[in-house]
Design a protein around this ligand. Structure first.
Ligand code: MN
Length: 242
């Protein structure tokens, strides 16, 4: 019995070895025999819409669809790079979409699932932009643009993001401890799994009178990273590029 979690793959045509690693991993016995696979956001470097006819979305759909066809549910929670991924692609790939902040029961332990960017409340500039771009109006306006214009827009957004992360203190871009406590308290649980910060770790923390834990998923820039949750606990594992 194992449930698998991945996030922050940032799949992109510029890193074909990581796309291959993702495809190989999804075809592995480990995934095909899992109870479920969760993808907690930033599966891709940039998502410009479900109508994107590029090769990468097609490969992702094929890889995920075959996991689903093997009887393994695949859940997807959007990250800040792929929040435009919608129901059309989800149906094509066989994905079940999750809201950020969903609570799922894992072997009797309710667990809060987040992408993680909402917890980085010290990064005020980022949170302001996030609010602006997540409204239905903004999404509709972007998706109404021609595909080429959306691709150009995504490239610009990535440059802006790099400029922001390049000039912002590391501590500001990490989660805020109070935001973590609030999120756990609000959900009424003692375990949180998230990605986004690319700082893989299992953190023990004290939440009021309870012991709690915050598990951070790793990114897939140089190699893969997966969290395996079983009835007895949770462990992070690396995946090497072959
Ligand atoms: Mn992210």
């Amino acid at each position: 019995m194992v449930t698998l979690f991945i996030a922050d793959l940032h799949l992109d045509p510029s890193r074909p070895q990581i796309t291959e690693l993702f495809e190989h991993y999804l075809a592995s016995d480990e995934v095909r025999r899992a109870d479920a696979l969760y993808i907690l956001g930033d599966l891709v470097e940039a998502w410009v819409g479900d109508d994107d006819d590029a090769e990468l979305p097609e490969r992702i759909a094929t890889a995920i669809r075959s996991v689903r066809d093997a009887g393994v549910p695949v859940y997807f929670m959007p990250g800040n790079r792929d929040f435009l991924l919608g129901e059309t692609f989800a149906q094509r790939a066989g994905l079940t979409l999750l809201e950020d902040g969903a609570v799922h029961d894992l072997y009797g332990r309710p667990t809060l699932l987040m992408h993680g960017d909402l917890l980085c409340t010290d990064d005020v500039a980022y949170q302001t932009v996030r609010q602006q771009v997540r409204t239905p109006q903004w999404k509709a306006q972007i998706l109404a643009m021609p595909l080429e214009a959306r691709r150009a827009f995504a490239t610009k957004a990535r440059e802006d993001s790099r400029a922001h992360t390049g000039t912002t203190q590391e501590s500001i871009m990490d989660v805020n401890a109070d935001a973590v406590q609030q999120a756990l308290r609000h959900a009424g649980v003692t375990r949180l799994i998230h990605g986004h910060t690319h700082r893989p770790a299992v953190h023990a923390l004290q939440l009021d009178d309870h012991r709690a834990e915050r598990i951070v998923l790793g990114d897939w820039y140089e190699h893969g990273s997966v969290l395996k949750v079983t009835p007895s606990g949770a462990e992070l594992h690396g995946l090497s590029v072959s």
